[in-house]
Design a protein around this ligand. Structure first.
Ligand code: GCO
Length: 472
């Protein structure tokens, strides 16, 4: 048990493009995700975020659901083009007003707002000028940050600059399965750099406009393990770890880009003459701006196998991976131990002052039964096991301060469209109806249990083995 620590915050998370809808209402400008989802063939079910969960109009109903679950906090993102339709310059007062009302509704219901400034929906107008591969987008992000934090910084005291820069850079610019759908390695590295640089440049602006606020960034981190004991698989693991984790963690914590990956990317021709030509004199110092926390999104581990067939080295070709056949509907392995692994590794290696799990959750398509009840026991089991892993990490000294389940509600899952359901709340996309799933009731009981615990610890007695009492 962790004694005497501040009480853990239990929350849920969403993002603007995935839930808001109102894609072109009240003066909102087009985003790269509007453009991308409107492009035939890009989204698995051919759907878009035009309406999504209609949160823009139903936000009071959704805040009431958060209150019913008993959330301490709610992580959401702001749609940049709703506030600055052209990305810079003229502010859209009606767009800003939506977030002003949302923040007030949250606070009136005792739910702390955790605001992500950028969750991938870049104004298309900035994309038309080159987007994140262009360094000028850094200044645009700082301008946007100034507008938003001036408007909300008196009430919002938890700010996340970016969500998962790896996804925006690699999925959006290298692999091309996210907006804007580019496939260019140098653009991907430039995007990653300008996202990190804009994070660091935004930190002092947030601190100036939102006194006493916490500031951080959210990374998707994936523990990597070699598929066998072969040198080739170990090196594949090094490369994967560098690509996903260290390329972002190292510069954020004052270590510059990892030299082994600079070498590898140079050899792959990702950078002109193998040089980080887009890195300027003070960039590393800016990126490493001291922050109050690191947000970690955890979903899976990666079992790394070398591309080429490794020499037989009298070693077991495969390390049996117990339980790896357990997967959620989106095909991701269920591996709760990986959450402990990544939390402890980040704590031991980078020493952030505080950690939040800013996303963790699972996709299961359990639907309402004849009684209108959504019996998503698999999600309950998934969350219970991952909460237990988080608890073990905290008991080992990890400064874990909060946990946000992905997601509050079913929503638009990017390239998967609406084919995947991650929510604690079921959404009927035809009618907009919301139904609390069993996991929402379980979570409500769990959170209540942590509140009524006798000892003021990060984790109360209401832990693994806690059984949902089935109350409606
Ligand atoms: C991410 C994003 C979320 C996803 C969620 C499920 O981590 O990819 O932050 O927007 O919807 O993680 O994939």
């Amino acid at each position: 048990m962790v004694k005497g620590a501040q009480r853990m915050l239990w929350g849920a998370a969403t993002s603007s493009y995935q839930i808001e809808g109102a894609w072109n209402e009240d003066g909102k400008g087009e985003s790269i995700w509007d453009r991308y989802a409107h492009t035939p063939g890009r989204i698995k079910d051919g759907k878009t975020g035009d309406v999504a969960c209609d949160h823009y109009h139903r936000y009071k109903e959704d805040v009431a659901l958060m209150k019913r679950i008993g959330l301490d906090a709610y992580r959401f993102s702001i749609a940049w083009p709703r506030v600055l339709p052209e990305g810079r310059g003229a502010t859209n007062a009606r767009g800003l007003d939506f977030y002003d009302r949302l923040v007030d509704e949250l606070l009136a219901n005792d739910v702390l707002p955790f605001v992500t400034l950028y969750h991938w929906d870049l104004p298309q107008a900035l994309q038309d000028r080159g987007g994140w591969p262009q360094r000028e987008t850094v200044a645009a992000f700082v301008e946007y940050t100034d507008v938003v934090t001036k408007a909300l910084g008196d009430r919002v005291k938890h700010w996340i600059t970016h969500n998962e820069p790896w996804c925006a850079a690699v999925l959006g610019q290298l692999i091309g399965v996210h907006a804007p759908g580019a496939r260019d390695a140098e653009s991907a590295l430039r995007t990653a750099h300008h996202l990190l640089l804009s994070h660091g440049a935004a930190v002092p602006v947030i601190r100036a406009n939102s006194p006493d606020a916490e500031v951080g960034i959210t990374l998707n981190l994936i523990p990597a393990v070699p598929a066998s004991g072969s040198a080739a698989d170990y090196d594949a693991c090094r490369q994967y770890d560098g690509h996903i984790n260290r390329w972002f963690l190292d510069p954020l914590y004052g270590r510059d880009y990892p030299s082994d990956m600079v070498r590898d990317y140079g050899r792959k021709g990702y950078m002109p003459d193998g040089e980080l030509v887009f890195v300027e004199a003070d960039d590393y110092r800016t990126i490493a701006a001291p922050c109050d926390f690191l947000g970690i999104n955890y979903y899976m581990r990666e079992i790394c196998r070398s591309d080429d067939v490794a020499e037989e080295e009298n070693l077991p070709r495969e390390i049996p991976v117990p339980g790896s056949e357990l997967r959620t509907d989106i095909g991701w392995e269920i591996y709760s131990e990986g959450l402990f692994d990544i939390l402890y590794r980040v704590h031991a290696t980078y020493r952030p002052p505080k950690l939040y799990i800013t996303e963790n959750g699972c996709s299961y398509g359990d639907a309402p039964d004849a009684d209108g009840r959504v019996r998503d026991e698999r999600r309950i089991a998934y969350l219970r096991d991952h909460f237990a892993a988080a608890r073990r990490a905290a008991e080992q000294g990890v400064p874990l301060a909060g946990y946000f389940v992905w997601s509050l509600m079913d929503n638009f899952e990017w390239g998967e469209g609406y084919t995947q359901r991650f929510g604690l709340v079921w959404i009927d996309y035809e009618t907009g109806e919301r139904i609390l799933k069993d996991s929402a009731y379980w979570y409500a009981d769990f959170i209540e249990g942590t509140r009524t615990a006798l000892t003021s610890t990060l984790f109360s007695g209401a832990w693994p083995g806690y059984v949902h009492n089935g109350a409606g």
